[in-house]
Structures are given as structure tokens and as C-alpha cells.
Design a protein around this ligand. Sequence first.
Ligand SMILES: Cc1cc2nc3c(=O)[nH]c(=O)nc-3n(C[C@H](O)[C@H](O)[C@H](O)COP(=O)(O)OP(=O)(O)OC[C@H]3O[C@@H](n4cnc5c(N)ncnc54)[C@H](O)[C@@H]3O)c2cc1C
Length: 377
Amino acid sequence: MTAKLNCAIIGAGIAGASAAYALLMRGANVQLFEQYDLRHDRGSSHGPTRLFRLAYFEHPDYVPLLRQAISLWRAMESEAPEKLFHQIGVFMIGAPNGNLIKGMRRGAFEHDITIEDLTRQEAAKRYPHFRQPDGYDAVFEPEAGFIRADRVLNHLFAKITEMGGTIRPRTNVTDWSVSDKCVELATKDGRETFDRLIITPGAWGNDLLRLDVPIKPLRKTLFWIAPGDKSYLFGSNFPPFAIDREDGRFFYGFPAIDGDGVKLGEHTGGTVLESATDPTQPPPDEAAGVKEFLREIMPDAPQDFSNAKQCLYETSPDSHFIIDAHPRDKRVCFAAGLSGHGFKFAPVIGEALADLAINGETQSAFDFLGVGRFGSP
Ligand SMILES: Cc1cc2nc3c(=O)[nH]c(=O)nc-3n(C[C@H](O)[C@H](O)[C@H](O)COP(=O)(O)OP(=O)(O)OC[C@H]3O[C@@H](n4cnc5c(N)ncnc54)[C@H](O)[C@@H]3O)c2cc1C
């Protein structure tokens, strides 16, 4: 009987919120613990937007999971009060042998995904905001797009509460242990017992998971430029984009939405922190790379930033997710090391965690993300 399972989830970022929703849909009791306020801006899941790409350059084995994610995003959107998933395509430029273009072509070929190769003239006509460097290819992926991250979190928290789940903000879980009978958590409120535990710790993974697989907190800065003119607004022909430079640096951005400017970030680079809560590091000069990108690729756009915010990646040793039952005990499972590209998978990660919690295993499409690939942790 799964309906009466008492499940604790540590971490109310997108992974934990998605797992809570999936478990509640299956009739479990859920308590979702979060050390800070909900929607806080110290982790990985805050902010307005995240890219969705299907022809996945990171590894083609993600594509079946992304196809499931598309269905689940649409299902989520159908019950949400606002639009969550804009499948409007993503414009990409890069060296033909660089990770992005080579990897997405491989993913598209292996999984029969439509991508449109654009000549220089076609790209310049369709997307005049971008200056394509010599020797770079331009590709448009129509099934890609972007997700409204903050709206998704709002929707999930509302659903979790509506479905009878308990959300416990400002409740740091300081310890967990397993015994024959239960899983036990320690918080400021004392010790509490559950049937199952899901850990979705973001950049705090090393403390909580106790695996011999380091999760590196990597701080990133995001920048906004004022929209300039109306042609940068969402709904015009300014697309979500990804640019892979010949030197390996990878930039991405979104059209201006909700009164904010155009959002820009560098996926590569960043500042490695000793710990996710390390307040002592001076702000890095991450602006320089994005400024250079603007000058070279978007020279007609406003070159001054109107805003900047920080966010953490939680990077696994190979930059691929780690989603599995915990080696110590199958009643504990986790999703960690989402490595700066996990948001688009959130509903399918939630389902996988619910499978692992309830059945002790999930679909084989997740096998390549198991913790066993790092040896015996
Ligand atoms: C700048 C930036 C841009 C990105 N762009 C994209 C993109 O375009 N597309 C994409 O798919 N992905 C993107 N990502 C990645 C994606 O956002 C992350 O993979 C995802 O948000 C990770 O979610 P999470 O729930 O694992 O981690 P988090 O959101 O960090 O959540 C973990 C939570 O656990 C809590 N916690 C930790 N320890 C404890 C404890 N002991 N007790 C209680 N609570 C605890 C933390 O406070 C935190 O709230 C981006 C990430 C960043 C930072």
C-alpha cells in the first residue's frame, strides 16, 4: 500500500517541489523541508526563466527523458493559472566542431529531432540582433524554448498545499539516519520519523548526501540589459538563444519579459565556492566575459547592464545528474549534481524520485545517471 507512505523531502528547490508533487499525486503523505524561505535566491531554482532544449548536446541519452518532460510540462501547464512553457524554438550559433553544434546535431540525428540549419544570410535576416562570427554555424531548434521558472515554483507550492502536503520553510535538516523501522530526521523541532526520505539538496549536497562524490558549488552571475527597443521584447522576433564560442565559452539569453530586460548568462566559467553558504568570497568579475560577448555577438544591443543577480550551480564530477537510491539504504533516494542544466527535466526527475521512494527503482532511462558510475561511493 503506497497511499499511506510518510515521505520527507529535504530541499524545496525545483527538484524537491517536483518530487513532492509527484508523490502527492500517488497518494503519499509529504513533508517538504526547506532551510530558508520558499523561493529564496541563494540556491539554483529562482529567477524568471530557464532554457529548454531537446537535441541535447550534453548527452543524447537525456533525449528520452526530455520527451517525457515535454508531456509533463504540458500537463502541468494545463492545470496552472499561467503559461509555464513557451515552446517557441531556440536560436543557436557555434563552431561546427564545438560542443553545442556537434552535440545537438548528434542528438537530433540519433533521436530524429527536427533542427533547421540556417545559412548566414537566412540567420541574419531572421535574427538581425546577432552577429555571426566567421566560420560559425547557425541552427534553429523549433521544439526548444523556455520555462517560466518562478511561475512553475509558485504553481507547485500552491498544488502541494492544496493536495495536503506540508511545506516547512526555515527548517534546516541537520541530520538523517536509518533504522530497521524508519528514516529519522533531525531539525530544530527535534527528531521526526518517516517511511522514506528524498534528498534534493542543490549545492548543499556534500553535507547532506555523505557520498564520496564531490558536488561543487559554482557561483554564477546573471545580467540584464535594458530592452533597447521593442524588437527585444518577448513576442517580437528576438529569440531565446545559446552561443558556443570557439574558445569554449558558452553564453545564453532570453527575450525581455515581464518588464525586465534581456537576460544574459555564461554557462561556462563561474566561481567555485568552498561551501554553498560561503559569504566570504568577493564578487567575481564575471561581467567582463558577458560584456565581451555583447560587443562581439550583439553589438547593436544596449551594452550596459541594468541588473545583475547571482545563482548557484551544483556541479557533479562529470556535469551529469546523479539520481538514484542512496547506497546506504533504498528507503533514501536523491537527485543531486544537476550541474546547471536540470530545470527543464524537473517533472520527470520528480516522477523518478517518486518511483525510487515508492518502489525502490525507476525506469531504465535513468540508469546512465546512477551513482554507481563513480565507483562504490
Ligand atoms: C544561473 C542559472 C541558470 C540556469 N539555467 C538553466 C537553464 O537554462 N535550463 C535548465 O534546464 N537549467 C538551468 N539551470 C539549472 C537549474 O536551475 C538547476 O539544475 C535546478 O534549479 C536545481 O534545482 P535543485 O532543486 O536541485 O536545487 P536548489 O534549487 O538549490 O534547491 C535545493 C534546496 O535545498 C535546500 N536545502 C539544502 N540543504 C538543506 C537542509 N539541510 N535542510 C533544508 N533544506 C536544505 C536549499 O536551501 C535549496 O532551497 C540554471 C541554474 C542557474 C543557477
